[in-house]
Design a protein around this ligand. Structure first.
Ligand SMILES: [Zn+2]
Length: 990
């Protein structure tokens, strides 16, 4: 699954451990299918004939229900439970005999036959599932999952249908979505049985399970579709199942639909039958081919009136993009990317894609950014559809990345699946790493290397230096804990530590290890340790061992990065021909009650570049606190963590910091674009952690006036914008803003407002112009306002890369009429990315009445889709004029927000990250604490603790470093006034 939060093609980057982009954005082999009574084709025919009569009756009943009511509970007799003293009880107060979140291991599912009929007029769903199970331990009960549905019939037979096993009780425990069935005779070890249910429920706009979504057609009519989102645990809301990732089985689907609709499943359609005779005119049933062995969370089906475009890979896989008919041409770009990346991955992983087709489907209402369902990936509209005339380079890149991410999961996650959710990071970290590698293959001009550092490594380092971070690999049991680990640590830090391992071993060895892992566990499940074992074998077999003293102990190295939170600060000192490297945990606030002797240690691969030394000096800390190696006696400077491949920060004695400043300011070719960005990022972060004077990052920032690389600009903006925000009510704000304007001016002049240049130049331009407007560079503000009025008054379209900036500036500096104009354009916009840009711009208003109105209509959810409320929160939280109003609005409407977004979406997390972590006074800290005290935040409680820590850091920075920053700025201002000429631009390559 890819996270939703950077789906909008933002041109800014997140502030240090504050709001912003999160990582963009799921046993034993059974005895084959011999026990299956019928062939798949015959089974489907039997299914149809036997259940048509049942369905017809059930449909009458189900379709007569009010469409808006979810149904729960169970129909049919239940017997009195025996007096077992366990805590869980059913809704009726009966003891529920199974007391574990995990299902008992006595029964394993092998094959599901599913028949569904969703009605897109009444929204009623009736269904039937037959689950073939194998008994692995003699047992007299079965526990499986089901949520929010009415089970109307249940049966248990031996697999040859010869014996009907009587189900004596059916109990429900809704808190854990569990169904308990007891039987009148023991199920025998090694025997196969068929467990059948008939059930019904109502489609709702729930964003999970089998749910309802809609779009507005070109003629203005409202069209419904029914779609699925099962990860992590919502397959159980669509049909009764054994809903744990390691309980893999095959799935066969028959979908009853109206002839005006198309049904899609993980596999291609095998046949279509007319059901007019039984169910009325225009009713069809599609039967799909049986899937390969897979997890329940990867099953998907969609019924819609969508159109599609298709292309074929070199490996003969049919790739189709599906979307509302009037938008489907906007899927061309994603289809091209998917074809290119699918062929690339087939080669990279050394294994073909397992299915004959891959559908990519744009879903109007979608909680995450995208979902990797095997063969049927689903996306937010803005993560899949790209229209060159309105979408900028950031949006194009985002679509490429999300497609590359979901396609990587087809191998990593789908073909080989984590045994349990505690290894989720491996799925998501790996897909995040591959998203950059795959996107880099499809579009080499993106220069994904520096963007990986920016958006994976640096984002992870910012969050993981908080006390309230967590190890990548964590024990998770309950659903809230599972939800809470779909976070930056799993995605970004996971990707960053895998990249560090890849760099340490070399890509050929890493790939060979992956290939072993994928082959060994193909169609099965695995643990993280299985990957390390495979990579270790590949390292041992490699003909050319990597540099240094042989391959590292992969398990020990990676355990040190995945099983403990945080990361080290590496101190490097060169003295008298000895290079001494020490490690200590880096946290921005001192760790509570930590003793030096208990400090965690990491296995650190370190590469250093020294003045006048050819090549790199490789140093390894193998879980020790320090190491000393011999080095040249004389070196004017030394720089470690070359290209920022290691997931840590580095610090030096004052004289080497000064030497690196000189190197940076002199434009030395010894520093790559990643190195330049990393030096700046480390300096700002060490300052925030109270370990470095504010003058160091400020002085390093002056290199921007000669800088043409995207990454140094992005990190500088991230940090300096944060400072500007902390100082908004302080006298230092104006001098800092002036300083930033002076830094920007040369590059601003160089880039201009054209649409020329490479992808990276266009991204840099979008960043520099947006920054120029936000620090009120007069000519930039004037130009953006002119472009806005030309658009509003003369209908001149704004260049795609500049749209967000121009719309926002028009609203910020405009009047009520300008806001209304943008609002109307928002309501009428049909292109998803354009709609997003307009919505974000609406939050830039400075008018209190407009802001209040905007927040109210956004939360109401009629004119602004619920999933897009997060964009409203992002844009108003970033707006100084709106922030306190938003905070008041959130407090006043907390129950409404919780009702709407509290059920396992990223929304509450995001409100807290976007809004709360920006506060910077004691009063605000106390207000936030008091408001949330005693409130159940479920999966967002860690986000709140992190936000509170961020406020403490903000307060400390204002108290401890503002004065030093002010003094340095005053001195700089004096020197500037004395006539220091602004340096020329384009000193650095990009
Ligand atoms: Zn993912």
């Amino acid at each position: 699954m890819a996270d939703a939060m950077s789906a909008s093609g933002r041109t800014t980057t997140p502030p240090p451990n504050g709001p912003g982009e999160r990582a963009l954005y799921n046993k034993a082999e059974y005895a084959g299918r011999k026990a299956v009574v019928c062939s798949p084709r015959r089974a489907a025919a039997v299914l149809v004939l036997v259940f048509l009569a049942v369905l017809a009756i059930a449909l009458v009943a189900a379709f007569a229900r009010p469409a808006c009511l979810p149904s729960t509970g169970v129909v049919g007799p239940t017997t009195v439970a025996p007096p077992v003293a366990t805590r869980p009880t059913t809704a009726d107060g009966e003891p529920f005999p199974w007391d574990s979140l995990r299902l008992p291991p006595a029964v394993l599912p092998r094959r599901y036959e599913l028949l569904l009929q969703p009605n897109l007029t009444t929204f009623a769903v009736v269904g039937r599932v037959k689950i073939q199970i194998t008994v692995t331990q003699e047992t007299s009960f079965i526990v499986l999952h089901s949520r929010n549905m009415t089970i109307t019939k249940r049966e248990l037979h031996t697999s040859d249908d010869s014996v009907n096993v009587s189900i004596t009780r059916l109990l429900l425990y809704p808190e854990r979505d569990q169904v308990y069935l007891s039987v009148n005779e023991s199920l025998q070890l090694g025997q196969n049985y068929t467990l059948s249910f008939e059930f019904n429920y109502t489609l709702r706009e729930a964003l999970e399970g089998f749910y309802l979504s809609h779009y507005t057609a070109a003629n203005g009519s409202k069209r419904y579709l029914a779609t699925t989102q099962f990860e992590p645990n919502a397959a159980r809301a669509a049909f009764p199942c054994f809903d744990e990732p390691q309980l893999k089985a095959t799935f066969q689907l028959a979908m009853v639909r109206h002839e005006s609709h198309t049904a899609l499943f993980n596999t291609p359609r095998r046949s279509t039958a007319d059901l007019d005779f039984y169910l009325g005119a225009g009713i069809k049933q599609d039967d799909f081919f049986e899937t390969v062995r897979m997890s329940t969370y990867l099953v998907a089906f969609i019924v819609s009136d969508y159109a599609h475009i298709s292309d074929t890979t070199d490996g003969n896989v049919l790739v189709s993009v599906w979307a509302p008919p009037h938008l489907v041409q906007q899927g061309q770009f994603a289809a091209q990317v998917a074809v290119s990346v699918l062929d690339f991955y087939t080669d990279y992983f050394g294994l073909p894609y397992q299915l004959p087709k891959l559908d990519l489907v744009a879903i109007p209402d979608f909680a995450a950014g995208a979902m990797e369902n095997w063969g049927l990936c689903t996306f937010r509209l803005t993560s899949l559809l790209y229209e060159p005339s309105s979408g900028g380079s950031a949006i194009q890149q985002w679509v490429t990345r999300v497609v590359a991410h979901e396609l990587a999961h087809q191998w990593f996650g789908n073909l080989v699946t984590m045994e349990w959710w505690n290894d989720l990071w491996l799925n998501e970290g790996f897909a995040t790493l591959m998203e950059f590698i795959g996107a880099g293959h499809a579009r080499p001009e993106y220069h994904m290397g520096q963007q990986f550092m920016l958006e994976a490594t640096l984002t992870a380092l910012a969050l993981d230096s908080l006390r309230d971070s967590h190890p990548i690999s964590v024990e998770v049991t309950d659903p809230d804990q599972i939800e809470s680990i779909f976070d930056t640590i799993s995605y970004s830090k996971g990707a960053a530590v895998l990249y560090m391992l890849m760099k340490e071993l070399g890509q050929p060895v890493f790939k060979a290890g992956l290939n072993k892992y994928l082959r060994r566990h193909s169609l099965g499940s695995a643990r993280t340790a299985d990957l390390w074992a495979a990579v270790q074998e590949a390292a041992a077999e490699a003909e050319t061992p990597p540099a240094g003293d042989g391959p590292p102990d992969v398990q020990a190295m990676m355990d040190s990065w995945t099983r403990q939170k945080s990361y080290p600060l590496i101190s490097v000192v060169l003295s008298a021909g000895r290079l001494t490297v020490r490690q200590a945990p880096f946290t921005q606030l001192p760790a509570v009650g930590a003793r030096q002797s208990d400090a965690p240690l990491w296995h650190v691969p370190l590469s250093c570049r020294l003045h006048r030394r050819a090549g790199l000096l490789a140093v390894r800390l193998n879980g020790t606190a320090s190491v000393t190696v011999s080095a040249p006696r004389q070196s004017a400077w030394y720089y470690c963590n070359v290209n920022k491949t290691g997931v840590y920060r580095v610090t030096y004695p004052a004289d080497n910091w000064a030497a690196l400043q000189q190197l940076l300011l002199a434009g030395s070719s010894h520093l790559s674009v990643q190195d330049r960005a990393a030096i700046i990022d480390d300096a700002f972060s060490l300052n925030r952690a109270d370990l470095l004077n504010a003058s160091v990052p400020l002085r390093l920032s002056t290199s921007l006036s000669r800088e043409a690389g995207l990454a140094p600009w992005a990190v500088s903006r991230r940090h300096l914008d944060w400072w500007l925000q902390l100082l908004y009510d302080q006298p230092t704000h104006a001098p800092l803003q002036h300083f930033v304007r002076r830094l920007i001016a040369p590059q601003y002049g160089q880039l201009g407002w054209s649409e020329q240049g490479s992808h990276v130049v266009r991204r840099l331009r979008a960043l520099v112009l947006a920054w120029a407007v936000s620090v009120r560079l007069p000519e930039a503000v004037a130009r953006a306002r002119t472009l806005f009025s030309d658009w509003r008054n003369a209908g001149l379209p704004v260049p795609p890369d500049l749209r967000q900036l121009v719309y926002s500036t028009g609203v910020e500096y405009g009047d009520t009429g300008d806001w209304q104009f943008v609002w109307q354009r928002y309501l009428n916009a049909t292109t998803p990315t354009e709609k997003n840009s307009l919505l974000r711009a609406l939050g830039a208003s400075t008018d209190p009445l407009i802001l209040e109105h905007f927040l109210r209509i956004s939360l109401a959810g009629e004119l602004v889709r619920s999933q897009d409320f997060v964009l409203v929160v992002e844009s108003t939280a970033a707006n100084q004029a709106a922030r306190l109003r938003l905070w008041r609005f959130v407090r006043l409407n907390w129950h409404k927000i919780l009702d709407k977004f509290g059920g396992g979406t990223f929304m509450i997390d995001n409100i807290i990250q976007e809004l709360v972590s920006r506060f910077s006074t004691q009063l605000e800290l106390e207000e936030v604490r008091a408001f949330f005290d005693g409130k159940d935040l479920r999966s967002a409680s860690r986000s709140l603790r992190q936000a509170l820590e961020s406020i403490q850091l903000n307060i400390r920075w204002r108290g401890s470093h503002q004065a030093a920053a002010a003094a340095w700025l005053e001195d700089w201002s004096r020197r500037e006034a004395a006539g220091a000429a602004p340096p020329t631009a384009r000193h650095w390559p990009n």
